[in-house]
Design a protein around this ligand. Structure first.
Ligand code: HEC
Ligand code: HEC
Length: 306
């Protein structure tokens, strides 16, 4: 037994040695090293996480392993690195505006959190690429402290851009415009780079409590979520602010009353006069899309959930 083991071990070692020699004898340049124009500026603890888990592909200083140079592997690794740098390059961090840096870090965090990055296939061979739960927490804490430094999108601007009409408009579904959303807590904000709008979601106290207690299967009756949509305005530093107000949309929870639309009542009010939008049928359209968020009880954007 012992001898057999030793033999196979020797065999493996020899095999590896042959492979490694073969690998080094290939002259393939898996990754070039363009100059670092400006490295990521972040606390050391944060930087180290990105360095060990992401820099192999998302920087100009990545190190490839000997097996990455193997024929058949090298071309894939090489392509991955080229693609990865196009999307996110920590060595050319200086090329991003303040707001783009902020966005890139959140995107990076979300990618890790959802298991999309580092590429799972890569993690199996490159143990160093794995991000531990505590490292993920370090990233989240860092991003949350930075968030305070970003000019608030809600608050003052909301009231500035929206005047409440004397009589509150009512949508076809019977839901009236609720100006009190201004006093509700912000549940999340979304702003998409491929879209010219930004949105802030507000949750009424019942909805907020449900989120805190993670009791959203089903959401309690009385929960209301408002989504306010503005056009984007970009300032000189690249930060995006709400510009022209476009519309407010509501989702009101009442399982009995709105059972035809999944227990949520839908309403949308458009500017300039908060004109109710659509018919009862429109609510069906809203509901059929929101079905895609069944995992979170019909609500898509729960950034405050974690
Ligand atoms: C093995 C190489 C590799 C590693 C390691 C890697 N990535 Fe990527 N990453 C890629 C590739 C390839 C793409 C481009 C994917 C595409 O084209 O859809 C990408 C894209 C991205 C994007 C942009 C996605 C988009 O849609 O714009 C982000 C953000 C990202 N990676 C974050 C990370 C983070 C954070 C890490 C480290 C925790 C990491 N990646 C580690 C290869 C890698
Ligand atoms: C094609 C799909 C689709 C349709 C149709 C749709 N929504 Fe949404 N809705 C979304 C997505 C995606 C989000 C979350 C992200 C965002 O808006 O930035 C969202 C978010 C919301 C939110 C905030 C709560 C949440 O789920 O995050 C409200 C309120 C809302 N929509 C109301 C409506 C109303 C009212 C209608 C119909 C007039 C409607 N929606 C139609 C896709 C849709």
């Amino acid at each position: 037994m012992k001898i057999a083991n030793k033999r196979s071990l020797t065999g493996i070692i020899a095999g590896i040695a042959v492979l490694a020699t073969a690998a080094f004898s290939f002259t393939t340049t898996v990754a070039d090293h363009p100059p670092v124009t400006g490295d990521l500026d972040a606390p050391e603890a944060v930087k180290q996480i990105f360095q060990h888990a992401c820099y192999d592909c998302h920087s100009n200083t990545g190190q490839v392993q000997w097996f990455d140079r193997l024929p058949g592997v090298a071309s894939f690794v090489s392509r991955d690195i080229r693609e990865a740098r196009k999307h996110l390059n920590f060595s050319e961090w200086d090329r991003l505006s303040a707001a783009e840096k902020e966005g890139a870090l959140w995107q990076a965090y979300n990618m890790i959190n959802s298991g999309i990055m580092p590429l799972p296939a890569y993690k199996t061979l490159h143990r160093n690429a794995t991000v531990s739960a505590s490292e993920l927490a370090t990233l989240r804490n860092y991003l949350n402290t930075r968030r305070k430094a970003v000019p608030a999108v809600a608050g003052k601007t909301v009231t500035d851009t929206l005047t409440t009409p004397a009589t509150l408009p009512v949508a076809a579904t019977g839901i009236r415009f609720m100006p009190e959303f201004r006093t509700w807590q912000v549940m999340s904000t979304t702003s998409r780079f491929d879209n010219t709008t930004m949105r802030v979601m507000f949750a009424n106290p019942i909805a907020m409590q449900a989120i805190k207690n993670k009791q959203i299967h089903p959401w309690p009756d009385g929960a209301i979520i408002a989504k306010v949509v503005w056009e984007k305005e970009r300032d000189s530093e690249g930060y995006i602010h709400p510009g022209k107000f476009l519309n407010v949309q509501y989702m009101v929870r009442d399982q009995q009353r709105y059972k035809d639309t999944g227990g949520w009542g839908y309403a949308k009010f458009e500017t300039p006069a908060l004109k109710p939008y659509g018919t009862v049928l429109t609510a069906q359209t809203c509901a059929s899309c929101h079905k895609a968020a069944a995992n979170t009880g019909g609500i898509f954007d729960l950034s405050t959930f974690n």
